[in-house]
Design a binder for this molecule. Structure first.
Ligand SMILES: [Zn+2]
Ligand SMILES: [Zn+2]
Length: 260
């Protein structure tokens, strides 16, 4: 049986990573899927950052001859509503094993820009949730498999469960839409382990389970080898304690459940 493998990884095909496939491949005998950044109108770089699909596929095809077909294709779609048409046009003629849906920015700033930490929490979170909801509502067209890092918009805030409980109704609406859109919920190891948001994930999982959601993934969001499968040894038993016994992976248009 195939072991679970990291469902959120970047290489040099992403604008903010230098990692090589071979580094990740050397650390596993199983599959490696990378989810490269596609960020339209990215305020971090002042341009649209998109992987060169032809180069990405060519490198993977070469590697797969050497690594027995262990390398899979993926993308992390940074949704920005005013550029929805550009996003759909890019995706139209490309195929992926795994597509993540994210919101990273709002056209003016990325939610990880330093000054966001000094902004009003409710302003930022309210705005971010509306953008997240809009992204999910477009998933009938985007056809992503996973909603990535639901807490990206508030990563820079020191947030406790109680801060999220004030948004319970909003979160329930959004998670219901996520479930209806067939999107899995990502447990993002960078959020839980580097941004201290484990308690927020416990709360989100609780809400999703109450709604009947069953699709969960685990992703490191690694941009370098040091973050590959970050904290997975701790997160797997932690997920079991939350009542999650299987995680989902995606290959060639199919879902595969893996018992953890
Ligand atoms: Zn992301
Ligand atoms: Zn990412």
């Amino acid at each position: 049986m195939t072991a679970y493998y990291d469902q959120h990884l970047h290489t040099h095909h992403s604008y903010d990573s230098e990692a090589e496939f071979s580094e990740y491949l050397a650390h596993t005998t199983g599959y490696v899927v990378t989810t490269e950044h596609f960020d339209v109108a990215n305020p971090v770089t002042g341009q649209t950052d998109a992987p060169d699909y032809a180069q990405y596929v060519a490198e993977i095809d070469r590697l797969n001859q050497r690594y027995q077909g262990r390398v899979l294709k993926g993308i992390e779609i940074g949704y920005y509503h005013p550029k929805a048409a550009e996003i759909l046009a890019y995706l139209a003629d490309k195929s992926y094993d795994l597509k993540l849906l994210s919101v990273h920015h709002n056209g003016a700033f990325d939610y990880l820009d330093d000054f966001v930490a000094a902004m009003d929490f409710d302003d930022v979170f309210g705005r971010y949730l509306a953008e997240l909801e809009q992204a999910i509502e477009q998933n009938d067209q985007i056809q992503a498999h996973v909603l990535a890092h639901f807490d990206y918009g508030i990563r820079l805030f020191d947030v406790a469960r109680g801060d999220l409980e004030r948004y319970e109704q909003r979160l329930i609406e959004i998670f219901q839409k996520m479930i209806d859109a067939d999107l899995a919920f990502e447990i993002n190891a960078k959020s839980t382990h580097l941004y201290g948001h484990l308690a927020l994930y416990a709360y989100a999982i609780e809400l999703i389970q109450k709604l009947g959601g069953t699709l969960f993934t685990l992703g490191s969001d690694g941009h370098k080898l040091a973050h590959y499968e970050l904290g997975f040894d701790e997160l797997k038993p932690w997920l079991k304690a939350q009542g999650i016994n299987q995680l989902v992976t995606f290959r060639a248009g199919k879902r595969y459940f893996v018992t953890i």
